[in-house]
Design a protein around this ligand. Structure first.
Ligand code: FSO
Ligand code: SF4
Length: 552
């Protein structure tokens, strides 16, 4: 196997024996083949789009396939094989339609568009030859994968928006075109780089789409206090990012005596007005995704994973772990898709299961505050501007992104703790768990950690920055008193980064390590064009980013 798509790539270069995440070579190969299949589908769909043919099934398929291949999402080999077969059938149907419409592809067709879905053994054999290393040139491989990871992030956001009935056809068209381009040796370094940058533009659209879908459906996030302790009722823990899954579970569990808690990236659901009306929406339990192996154990009740990150479950709670959507794990019950787009998923099995189990063991007590998405922050624009103008707030530090298990991520706790008192942290994503329970105080009533929400809500931070730029009358987003020290882990963070680059943000610090998939040439390009840098010591970075003197 060879995989280098996430921040925990072994030795900072790539996992070759087994994933740091736990992915086996067999699963890694099948996920490679799934992406390869999606490329073949997109190859056909891009041609169909050019001819004005409808590609609805291919659109759904490619979004789902890419989402399933994201780090810590789908761990289920039979399900992956099934998905590969479905893709081949879809691709061939689309190629048939194209032929019937008189379309003739120029030149030899890529293998992704022609391979046959043989038996499982044949697919597993093929899977071993279609991975990342199939692109021999290191720079081309780097750009192709950077583009694909950005597309995976877009796919995740499109899937969530689709679940709420929102679509962006132009982004899906790009997705097909860009994915197809990764099969085409005629698309050289510069053209690929152009697609990577274009991907950032579509990333902004996809995040705006999801923001619109979430807020139109569940209201605008507002300042909220979230309980960290537990009640005495049996309960269900919900993790991942899918708000519609949570909404349906809340509705179906109301009045059953079962409480609902959030874990990891579901925490920001507490900020939405629509969810607050549920008295049994009890609070947040635990921390970021990588702590689930201990925290799920002590929760006692069933757990619903709506998206990544799912860590391979320990035996202690595997029997009460349920998956749905893109996420899956062999042996764990999977809640099926909606029968129709307007139908609800059926969570009755989880609710019945919860009733037979004890209440959660308490991990901590107290509260945390969040809900500082763009609408709420802009509602506070007056006091925020006053604080900036008076110098009470000297700098905003964007510390959005992901958390992970690497010990070196203690840097972020240290950095947050040692930031001067006239700075405010803007955050989104599970990165916040490194500092959201510290008592960092406030500046004239404005908390020093403003949590906008999930990783996709990084969009909110961009909206806030653009609004600040406008009201402060600045020409360039980089003139704002905002610096960026972002933590990344998986591919959704890649699209957030590309989106920020598209918006013109420069000098982003990215850690705890730079992506293994950036070849020296591609990394150098990002450094020279955008000033991207890694992280150093907390002292040096405080000095660089907020002008704090280096400690003696
Ligand atoms: Fe975290 Fe995982 Fe939201 Fe990611 S839970 S790491 S970027 O999947 O999606 O921030
Ligand atoms: Fe390694 Fe990350 Fe790939 Fe898992 S997803 S195999 S940890 S690079």
């Amino acid at each position: 196997m060879f995989c280098f798509q996430c921040q925990e790539a072994s030795r900072g270069t790539g996992c070759t024996v087994r994933g740091t995440c736990g992915k086996t070579p067999a699963l890694a190969a099948l996920l490679d083949l799934l992406v390869f299949t999606a490329k073949g589908v997109s190859h056909a769909a891009a041609a169909a789009n050019e001819r004005g043919l409808k590609t609805g099934h291919a659109d759904t398929y490619v979004v789902d396939a890419l989402f399933m291949s994201i780090t810590n999402a789908n761990w289920d080999e039979p399900r992956t094989l099934d998905m590969i077969r479905r893709g081949v059938a879809l691709r061939d149907a689309l190629l048939g339609e194209l032929a019937a419409a008189g379309h003739a592809f120029a030149g030899a067709q890529p293998a992704a568009a022609t391979f046959r879905a043989g038996d499982d053994d044949a697919l597993r054999l093929l899977a071993r030859s279609v991975g990342v290393l199939a692109t021999g040139d290191a720079d081309m491989r780097s750009l192709r994968e950077l583009l694909i990871y950005g597309l995976k992030g877009i796919a995740a956001y499109l899937e969530h928006a689709r679940n709420l009935g929102h679509a962006a056809p132009e982004v899906v068209e790009f997705l097909h075109r860009a994915l197809a381009a990764t099969l085409d040796d005629a698309v050289g370094f510069d053209a690929l780089l152009g697609l990577v940058m274009e991907c950032g533009r579509h990333g902004v659209t996809a995040m705006a789409l999801l923001d619109g879908a979430n807020t139109a459906t569940y209201g605008h996030p507002e300042i909220s206090t979230v309980q960290l302790g537990v009640r005495r009722n049996p309960a269900i823990l919900v993790s991942g990012h899918d708000l519609r899954d949570l909404a349906e579970l809340l509705e179906q569990s109301a009045g059953t005596g079962v409480d609902i808690y959030t874990h990891g990236e579901m925490l920001p659901a507490h900020y939405y007005p629509v969810f607050k009306k549920y008295a049994h929406f009890a609070g947040n339990y635990g921390n970021a995704w990588w702590k689930q192996d201990t925290e799920f154990d002590s929760f006692n009740g069933p757990i619903l994973l709506t998206t990544n990150c799912l860590v391979p479950p320990r035996p202690g709670y595997a029997k009460r772990l349920y998956t749905t959507g893109a996420v899956g794990f062999e042996g764990c019950p999977h809640i099926p898709e909606r029968a129709t787009p307007s139908a609800a998923k059926d969570f009755s099995a989880l609710i019945a299961h919860a009733k037979s189990l004890p209440a959660p063991n308490e991990l901590e007590t107290g509260t945390i505050t969040g809900g500082f998405a763009h609408n709420q922050v802009l509602a506070l624009a007056g006091p925020v501007l006053d604080a900036i103008n008076s110098g009470a707030i000297r700098k905003f530090v964007v510390m959005a992104g992901c958390d992970g298990r690497m010990k070196s991520r203690a840097y972020y706790t240290d950095f947050a703790e040692r930031l001067p008192k006239d700075t405010v942290i803007l955050t989104a994503g599970c990165a916040k768990y490194r500092y959201n329970k510290l008592n960092l105080g406030d500046i004239g009533g404005i908390p020093r950690v403003l949590d906008a929400g999930q990783c996709n809500d990084s969009y909110s931070l961009a909206v806030i920055a653009l609004k600040l730029k406008e009201v402060l009358g600045l020409k360039d987003i980089n003139e704002l008193p905002i610096v960026y020290n972002i933590a990344w882990y998986e591919q959704k963070a890649v699209i957030v980064l590309l989106a920020l680059l598209h918006l013109g943000v420069k000098n982003i610090h990215l850690g705890p390590t730079l992506p293994a998939f950036l070849s020296p040439r591609v990394a150098e390009l990002l450094v020279s064009a955008f000033g991207i840098a890694g992280i150093g010591s907390v002292d040096d970075d405080l000095a660089n980013l907020v002008g704090e003197p280096v400690a003696a």
